[in-house]
Write a protein that binds this ligand. Structure first.
Ligand code: GDP
Length: 446
């Protein structure tokens, strides 16, 4: 028997329809106290009626009940579909609270779904990922988690760890005979499982990139046209464009959607040797931003000969994914194209002033779009899961070393710790603190 909770589940504000959700053992009784209809309410059937309080009718609305356990929370639930005004919805919720419900906390409906076994923790996390998705790939990450792919993958890893642990513990049962025992097969399995947890860690980088955006840094000496490029791609005046060199002194970022991907585009201080303290620290920031970049767009002013500042930019691009845009093709060409071609595999001669968005971005397209990530096999979706898989990998590494050196005792202990980390990863063994943290990411009403 749980108390019965209620909340507005649609966004705050004015809209066509708003949804109030009511869940708990008294849901049916509370529904009877606030909702009247000419027809008898049937399970999972929309019913038209009136919602009222002691002052009279609040709204003509639809209501649908879901009897336990076939509901989102696994409890008796009613959902009311009211007219989408803020006042009417708040008044309807107040009537439901007065009739015996308590206001739900953030994520409490989903938390109840977890407690009643309707969802695992990773599936509940995926619900938040679906709600917060701001691009198609981000949605794919959420959908993959909601389908339970990660849980299945982690369970299969845990089963393999358990089997190896059992084999190692059998060895420990006969301590006098360990010299004759060969556990090379088990050692190989530990190495395979470790390869898979390492792969899960690497795949999380893709998820991070999807969530936070692909970091693309525009580098160039002052006046090469970096701010003009940022404004062209962003589609509006995001950065100041002037003839005065050294005006961009900070790294200015702009999050945009480019070819369906979230991209974090950085305009940086022009790279040059300068005596100005503020500009010099801007150049430092530009170098650091370039270090963290997934892609560097190096901009050169084609109307000026290449100089030491340009050569410094070529150095910063060395060993990084980068492309070269040689700007100002509308002016006579003075930059040495041969040098640029030697340094960059991908190069385009453009004019940010005269070329349009399509021409410039077409060149960026293959670098931004990249390969389509595949999430069907399950993917780590958040920092909590990532921390758990890192722990699993650490314990597996220790188990592998112990197994290779015949330290069966230590190997058994590390496999046990691996299993705990995997159970935590799959959300099957987590503390209340972690559960609270997960649900604090949710909004009220979900
Ligand atoms: P930044 O210092 O690298 O950010 O350079 P800006 O974007 O502020 O541009 C410096 C100057 O070059 C401005 O006066 C721009 O209008 C000019 N500029 C930018 N792109 C072009 C171009 O394709 N052709 C010409 N002629 N001028 C350009």
């Amino acid at each position: 028997m749980t108390d019965t909770i209620a909340a507005i589940s649609s966004p705050r504000g004015t809209g066509g329809v708003s949804v109030i959700r009511l869940s708990g053992s008294d849901a049916a009784e509370i529904t009877r106290r606030v909702f009247k209809s000419d027809t008898t309410m049937q399970n999972r059937v929309m019913t038209l009626g009136t919602l009222f309080d002691e002052s009279g009718v609040i709204d003509e609305c639809l209501a649908v009940s879901f009897a336990a356990p076939k509901s989102y929370t696994g409890e008796d639930t009613t959902e009311f579909f009211c007219h989408g005004g803020a006042f009417v919805t708040e008044t309807a919720l107040a009537a439901i609270i007065k009739a015996g419900a308590r206001l739900a906390e953030a994520g409490e409906f989903t938390k109840r779904a977890l407690l009643s076994g309707k969802l695992t923790l990773t599936e509940a996390e995926a619900v938040a990922d679906i709600i917060n998705a701001d691009s198609r790939p981000a949605l794919e990450v959420g959908l993959s988690g909601r389908g339970g792919a990660l849980v299945k993958r982690v369970r299969s890893l845990a089963e393999r760890v358990t089997a190896v642990a059992a084999a190692v513990s059998a060895v420990l049962d006969y301590p006098d005979e360990t010299d004759d025992i060969d556990i090379s097969a088990e050692t190989a399995v530990i190495a395979e499982i470790l390869a898979e947890t390492n792969q899960l860690e690497r795949d999380f980088n893709i998820v991070r990139q999807i969530r936070d955006g692909l970091n693309v840094v525009i580098l160039g000496k002052p006046n090469a046209g970096k701010s003009t490029l940022l404004n062209l791609i962003a589609g509006f005046e995001r950065a100041i464009v002037t003839d005065t060199p050294g005006t961009t002194r900070d790294a200015v970022s702009h999050v945009i959607s480019l070819f369906g991907k979230k991209v974090c585009l950085w305009d940086t201080a022009g790279i040059r040797d300068t005596a100005d303290d503020i500009e010099a620290s801007g150049v430092q920031i530009a170098r650091r931003t370039a270090d963290d970049a997934a892609l560097i767009v190096a901009v050169f002013d084609g109307s000026r000969p290449l100089d030491d500042d340009d050569r410094e930019i070529m150095k910063l691009c060395c060993g990084k994914t980068s492309l070269c845009l040689c700007n100002k093709s509308d002016l006579p060409r003075l930059a040495d194209m041969e040098t640029l071609r030697r340094e960059f595999a991908d190069i385009a001669e453009v004019s940010f002033k005269n070329d349009d968005y399509d021409t410039v971005t077409a060149f960026l397209r293959p670098f931004i779009v990249g390969d389509t990530p595949v999430f069907e096999g399950g993917v780590i979706a958040n920092e909590r899961q990532f921390a758990a898989v890192v722990h699993a990998s650490e314990h597996l590494s220790a188990a592998l070393s112990a197994s290779e050196s015949g330290a069966f005792d230590a190997c058994g202990v590390s496999l046990e710790s691996t299993l705990n980390a995997l159970l935590e990863l799959g959300g099957e063994q987590v503390s209340d603190k972690i559960i609270c943290e997960v649900f604090s990411r949710f909004c009220v009403g979900k």
